[in-house]
Write a protein that binds this ligand. Structure first.
Ligand SMILES: Nc1ncnc2c1ncn2[C@@H]1O[C@H](COP(=O)(O)OP(=O)(O)OP(=O)(O)O)[C@@H](O)[C@H]1O
Ligand SMILES: [Mg+2]
Length: 351
């Protein structure tokens, strides 16, 4: 639905509710929260009741290390809500933090993102969780649109603007023109799947069992998608599946690249398909101006070069790939504050 937003937001916040990270923008203040979308919970009794004992970074540090009775939860998987109650608690917690702990004032209007691929039911769940967490109103903005705004693309012009967001749970591509999404494609495959591929490779090649956090560290340290001038290697510690004892193996960037290759190929296919669907006049703009690559996983070594070759278009890296979506939401909030009109696709719900 196309709407002109004007003067709709007061003390407003924008929330990039990602599978891996939650980033909160407060109007007039900028980005004030950047935390992993993780909670640690303690089970109370045997009726399935749970009490949250940590949010964000402290909770992420507990992954794979919790004693009995405590577990870590990632309430969003592949861009959608997997655990409604935990999502609501997490959003509520950060809404209060955004209001400097003033719980009573924590009823802001909230602009929140969903991947372009979500179903109406999944979108409704995000709205309900936001309202349930205490928001007065919830505006749902399509993630690629916010990402494009956040990277500074002139999306309101009659010009093809292509943005690619590779996050933790979803990979998305969109072409925008005149303030709206012309075409978009998504895959529920991204950084988390790269980690899983590394876990599987170590199990298969070395009978080594490691957790997701270690796999992510391997990805950061030696992950790449093109051959490197000097290939990298690192020691990885885990448990040998054969005898159950601790084991250390040396892993190279070549092995990691091979392990994640099928996922990168799937993402490339999605990008090519998006270009095929794009009207020719807009493709011409993309070829001239290039596309903008954002999202945490866009920082994988060599990804921009790889996409540039695969699609034959210039690729520009976003300045702050982890913040593009939240910055875009912020721009939306700040722009309407100045009384400017901006055409965007939003859905709006009130309690
Ligand atoms: N330097 C890096 N190299 C490779 N991957 C990285 C790097 N930094 C972060 N990542 C990955 O980026 C992902 C998180 O990105 P981001 O915060 O954009 O995702 P998200 O918005 O939470 O998820 P989504 O939008 O898919 O729901 C994680 O999988 C993380 O491992
Ligand atoms: Mg994201």
């Amino acid at each position: 639905m196309f709407k002109f937003l004007s003067g709709l937001f007061s003390r407003d916040i924008g929330i990039d509710l990602g599978s891996a990270n939650i980033v909160v923008y407060v109007k007039g203040c900028g980005i004030i929260i950047d935390e992993p979308s993780v909670l640690a919970v303690r089970k109370i009794g045997n009726k399935g009741k749970k009490e949250v004992i940590a949010f964000g970074h402290p909770a992420k540090r507990m992954i794979g290390k919790t004693p009995q009775g405590i577990e870590t939860v990632r309430p969003l998987q592949h861009g959608v809500i997997a655990d409604f109650d935990m999502t609501e608690q997490m959003v509520g917690h950060y809404m209060v933090s955004a209001n400097q702990g003033r719980r009573l004032l924590a009823h802001p209007r909230v602009a929140i993102c969903v991947p372009a691929c979500v179903t109406e039911v999944e979108k409704r769940a995000v709205v309900d969780a936001t309202l349930g967490a205490g928001a007065r109103e919830a505006f749902v903005v399509e993630e690629p649109l916010a990402a494009a705004l956040g990277t500074g693309l002139p999306i309101n012009e009659p010009r093809g603007n292509m943005v690619v967001d590779i996050g933790g749970g979803t990979s998305e591509v969109a072409v925008l023109s005149l303030g709206g999404v012309v075409i978009s494609n998504s895959l529920r495959t991204a950084g988390d799947d790269l980690d899983s591929a590394i876990v599987a490779m170590l199990r298969q090649n070395y009978t080594l069992s490691i957790g997701d956090s270690t796999a992510e560290e391997v990805k950061f340290t030696i992950g790449s998608v093109i051959p490197l001038e000097e290939e990298l290697e690192m020691e990885v510690k885990g448990r040998d599946l054969m005898d159950g004892l601790p084991k250390v193996v040396k892993v190279t960037s070549i092995e990691v690249r091979e392990a994640i290759e099928p996922i990168i190929v799937r993402i490339e296919d999605m990008l090519r398909y998006a270009l095929e669907q794009t009207p020719p006049e807009l493709v011409k703009d993309v070829v001239d101006q290039g596309l903008v690559l954002t999202g945490g996983s866009s920082q994988l070594r060599g990804l921009s070069n790889r996409f540039s070759e695969a699609m034959n278009v210039p690729v520009h890296m976003a300045e702050q790939p982890l913040y593009s979506v939240a910055m875009g939401l912020g721009k939306l909030l700040e722009t309407v504050d100045r009384g400017d009109k901006i055409a965007v696709t939003v859905d709006h719900s009130t309690i």
